[in-house]
Write a protein that binds this ligand. Structure first.
Ligand code: F6P
Length: 533
């Protein structure tokens, strides 16, 4: 396995530290653009389906070179190749990491026979459901959580223009009954298909909601559980025990948050059809090839992952905001939260040694322009610098050209405003009709000053299609992989979710009994408050 040094023990890390002090901390984007008319071109990267403008970032060509040196010293290429070859790089679980095999064309990539057998069967099944005259299905309810929910829940609205017009997709994830109750309201068993999506088929939330769904189905006259319930899981035995005969399997080398390309993508396949699902896979595969073969200085996932390291560990930015200027991508920030934060929210390296530097940033966001009217105030004038990631789509799938021009103008204006800012002098020279007449002009101008020099990335897709979305998602996967390799962590386990699960199992019976013995004072007090008659 990897013999590469951890990032903070490399020569490049030391060089980056020196470079940051000399040229990084105080780099001013406005000056950088004034000095170099070729800056946009120097930091423009074209990957399959995705163009990236990285020029509005607080780095220069020397930074990029040093980050590339860092990637090489940390063994990024060797580790990438090990992942793609199916080596067990998820060392804490002794597993390979092969979501890329799920989108490799038949005959290419590891486990091709198994992958394509399930894919073909799943897509054929999806087509039978989509034949609504024969299937009678009008509603599909996906019950799953985390990676068994967030991918399909993000992709289906993103590809709304491609979705079957007579089938409504629903997603239930939370063990809170307020999630499933409104979904079931108004549904008819004969017209409804439930997909129970769980890699392990043991997850509390999913099993509990599946039980509620089955009880509802039977109580409302449903007769054929076998026809109206399917499972997507690696645990086919448990699904059978639950009474589900139709199952689509996958394998332990598919991580939950990397699983939308597997049988977990069944709701996507039903929504958009087999041809479009294959296009989604093809788009991701094209990005896989780019990541595998493009030289690192033109390799978009690698460059983004390295920029993330630069911001997190040198500039000290602990958060990144994602602003998709496409309403269809409204669930992308939530999807990326799991992808990035569950993958790279780690505090020890591969050898279990505590890390002396920060790892995953907080990833958050909302679609533009909505975010502009909520938290963008803080991005422009707050005390923290938060790099923003804009995603723009050149051509919409709707016919409202005027709305789209306004959307794009807003997107460009925000990244421009973040970078350019506004000096107090400039603010002094402007009229501020809504400012209080009680205040002197200087004070008003200080409130209306923008520091600027706030960094952003802009990603541009020509159209949001199955293919471009596949490429975009794979881009993020490999970006997360890149920063994880540099940090020397295992991006593919998630032990951090275990403790809460175990404590929940202890607390659950106490919610009925009210027993508080052995609990800490706060939990005991809250439990009493929640269980009091
Ligand atoms: O939250 C932990 C986690 O294991 C995620 O990694 C996973 O995506 C989710 O739970 C759901 O797990 P399963 O698909 O096994 O129900």
């Amino acid at each position: 396995m990897s013999t590469a040094p951890r990032c903070d023990r490399t020569v490049a890390w030391g060089a980056l530290k020196g470079h940051f002090e000399a040229h990084g901390r105080d780099l001013d984007l406005r000056e950088a653009f004034a000095r170099d008319p070729g800056r946009f071109a120097s930091f423009a990267v074209q990957a399959p389906q995705v163009f990236a403008d990285l020029s509005k970032n607080r780095w220069d060509l020397a930074t990029r070179q040093l980050l590339l040196d860092l990637a090489r010293e940390c063994g990024l290429e060797a580790r990438r190749d090990a992942m793609l070859a199916g080596e067990p790089i998820n060392t804490t679980e002794g597993r390979a990491v092969l979501h890329t095999a799920l989108r490799a064309p038949a005959g290419q990539g590891p486990f091709s026979t198994e992958v394509h057998e399930v894919l073909n069967r799943m897509l054929a099944y999806a087509e039978t459901v989509r034949d609504t005259a024969a299937s009678g299905i009008r509603h599909v309810v996906n019950i799953g959580i985390g990676g068994s929910d967030l991918g399909p829940q993000m992709v289906v609205p993103a590809l709304d223009a491609f979705v079957h017009p007579a089938i409504t997709m629903h997603f239930v994830s939370n063990v809170d009954g307020h999630d499933i109750t409104p979904v079931l309201r108004g549904l008819k068993p004969a017209e409804t298909l439930f997909i129970i999506a769980s890699k392990t088929f043991t997850t509390q939330e999913t099993m509990a909601n599946a039980q509620v769904a089955r009880d509802w189905f039977v109580a409302n006259g449903g007769t054929d559980v076998d026809k109206h319930f399917v499972a997507t899981t690696t645990n086919i035995e448990a699904a059978a025990k639950f009474g589900i005969g139709t199952t689509f399997g996958f394998w332990d080398w598919v991580g939950g948050r990397y699983s939308l390309w597997s049988a977990i993508g069944l709701p996507i396949a039903i929504a958009i059809g087999s041809e479009h699902f294959r296009a989604l896979l093809a788009g991701a595969h094209a990005m896989d090839r780019h990541f595998a073969t493009a030289p690192l200085n033109e390799n978009l996932p690698a460059l983004l992952g390295l920029l993330d390291v630069w911001y997190r560990n040198f500039h000290g930015f602990s958060s990144r905001s994602v602003a998709p200027y496409h309403q269809g991508l409204k669930r992308l920030p939530a999807y990326l939260q799991q992808l990035e934060m569950e993958s790279n929210g780690k505090q020890v390296d591969l050898a279990g040694e505590p890390l002396p530097f920060g790892t995953s940033p907080v990833v958050w966001g909302e679609p533009g322009t909505n975010g502009q009217h909520a938290y963008f105030q803080m991005l422009h004038q707050g005390t923290d610098v938060i790099p923003v990631e804009f995603i723009a789509v050149k051509t919409p799938t709707h016919a409202h050209a005027d709305l789209h021009r306004k959307l794009l103008a807003n997107c460009l204006a925000q990244s421009q405003a973040l970078m350019l800012g506004k000096t107090t002098d400039a603010a002094l020279g402007e009229k501020a009709p809504t400012a209080s007449a009680e205040l002197d002009a200087e004070t008003v101008a200080r409130h209306r000053t923008f520091p600027g020099n706030r960094p952003s990335i802009t990603l541009v897709l020509d159209r949001l299609t199955p293919e471009s979305l596949g490429a975009l998602i794979a881009l993020y996967e490999h970006r997360v992989f890149t920063s994880g390799v540099v940090w020397g962590i295992n991006s593919f386990d998630q032990w951090g979710v275990e403790l809460g699960k175990a404590l929940c199992n202890d607390l659950l019976p106490r919610l009925s009994s009210g027993e508080t013995q052995g609990l800490d004072g706060s939990t005991a007090g809250l439990l009493k408050r929640l269980t009091a008659a």
